[in-house]
Design a protein around this ligand. Structure first.
Ligand code: ARG
Length: 467
């Protein structure tokens, strides 16, 4: 077998070494990015006067043919194709003969692979954004009709204060806005071109790196060739972004799993997103949620895996860096599966408003009792204490807080006049929290408007192919 770098070698590579060394099994998915990068590079070499325009045109035509072979699934990987870069160049040589050997002038696989991975990451970020947009739209659409659907709000998973189902859904909407902003930010740092860094010391031919960057959709070029070939910060950032998206999805999944139990019964999942048990005929399991909760583990693991690989690397390129790809690909694949599944499950779940309402306990309005006293001029700490006494009294009598008699209330404080009963209205309580970000219908409508404005201001990035 002929190797790209075979000149100084006499012996052949041990089979196990070849298997360890080869990355084609996973980096083959970089074929599109690799060929795009090479087409731009072939043009840059001609512009720099290193290749004739005719040679450059031949290379570009050959690369286009290789592209078609990949696209039509007719590209045949050969045993000596250790990675995607080798495979493309080998095929180019078969198609064009010796002129193919001019493509790599001044370029190394080190600046090539860094470029390919960035190009690929940029496309994948656009995909992720598209999936996140559709999840956000789903959350928003469902929130729009539940502005007055009362839901027990929890802290410590204990009933705390009433909120609305819209407010709950929108909380997740905002988490995903931050994820999308992070991805935008990550895109900016990813779209910096390493090509032209050579193996580590730069390119000896006068290629116009800025023009190359523009041709490939990058907004800048890397300012240092050593950093250019060894920087994988963009991959680490993207993996962090994926891990946090996974964390958010996992929290949503956990909430919805709890809400879907017979004990809660707040929601039920459509059959399309549930599975049955092979043993217990009555079971309907929320597997879509459990899997997205479970897969958040590998998203976190992939981040840790990349950072651990990077932390001890001496300047500049080291073969360890070949290990950057699998965690990145795995996280992107995972989210490409989980995000639409979660969106689908949320889009189709049934909301059981009666069960949500039935779970509201008047004790969840104890804070409102304290606020009633505050409105009568009592300092909040004393009001809080008195309301706590009322809760204890109701518990002692084995009755609901709202069932205390006028004289019970009076026994606690003369300020607790019979109109304290007006406090026991869940809808009124929710509607009284009218500050921006609160639960009142007005505040929820405002929040929904803000969410729409946010979506309009953050459309899909343009110029990236969606596949
Ligand atoms: N397959 C390699 C990688 O993924 C490509 C770069 C190889 N460079 C080298 N000097 N051997 O990192």
């Amino acid at each position: 077998m002929t190797l790209l770098w075979g000149g100084r070698f006499n012996g052949s590579m041990d089979d196990v070494m070849a298997r360890l060394n080869n990355s084609i099994s996973f980096d083959i998915r970089l074929w599109g990015a690799d060929i795009r990068g090479s087409v731009a590079y072939a043009a840059a070499l001609a512009e720099a006067g290193i290749l004739t325009h005719d040679e450059s045109a031949q290379l570009i035509q050959g690369l286009q043919q290789v592209y078609l072979e990949f696209e039509h699934n007719t590209f045949a990987v050969q045993p000596a194709d250790e990675d995607i870069h080798t495979a493309v160049e080998r095929r180019l040589k078969e198609l064009l003969g010796d002129v193919a050997g001019k493509l790599h002038t001044g370029r190394s696989r080190n600046d090539q692979v860094a470029t390919d991975l960035r190009l690929h990451a940029l496309d994948e970020i656009a995909q992720l954004q598209a999936h996140l947009i559709s999840l956000q739209e789903t959350l928003l659409t469902r929130a729009e009709v539940h502005g007055q659907t009362l839901l027990p709000g929890f802290t410590h998973l204990q009933r705390a204060q009433p909120v609305t189902f819209a407010h709950f859904l929108l909380a997740y909407f905002w988490m995903f806005t931050r994820d999308r902003e992070r991805l935008d930010d990550c895109s900016r740092r990813t779209a910096v071109l390493p090509l032209g860094s050579g193996a580590l010391a730069g390119n000896p031919f006068p290629i116009d790196r800025a023009a190359l960057a523009r041709a490939l959709g990058f907004h800048d070029i890397s300012p240092n060739s050593l950093d250019g070939v060894s920087d994988r910060d963009f991959a680490a950032e993207l993996l962090f972004d994926c891990a946090l998206i996974g964390t958010h999805l996992s929290r949503l999944a956990e909430d919805l799993v709890i809400y879907s139990t017979s004990e809660f019964g707040f929601i039920s999942f459509d059959d399309a997103y549930s599975t049955g048990s092979s043993l217990m005929p009555q079971k309907k399991n929320p597997d879509a949620m459990e899997l997205s909760r479970g897969k958040s583990g590998r998203l976190l693991g992939n981040l840790v895996s990349l950072l651990s690989m990077l932390k001890g690397l001496p300047m500049s390129y080291d073969k360890d860096l070949q290990e950057d790809k699998e965690p990145l690909f795995d996280s992107l694949d995972t989210l490409a599966l989980v995000l639409p599944a979660v969106a689908g499950a949320v889009r189709t779940l049934r909301v059981n408003e009666d069960r949500m309402r039935a779970d509201l306990d008047p004790a969840m309005l104890a804070t409102d009792v304290a606020e009633y006293l505050v409105r009568k001029g009592l300092p909040f700490r004393q009001a809080h204490h008195l309301s706590g006494r009322a809760v204890a009294l109701a518990e002692q009598h084995g009755i609901l807080l709202s069932q205390l008699t006028d004289s019970d209330w009076q026994s606690l404080s003369p300020l607790l006049t019979p109109d304290v009963r007006n406090v026991f209205n869940f809808a009124k309580s929710v509607d009284s929290r009218d500050v921006a970000g609160g639960t009142s219908l007005r505040a929820i409508r405002e929040q929904i408007d803000l969410a729409h404005q946010w979506l309009t201001a953050h459309p899909l990035p343009e110029g990236r192919n969606l596949h």
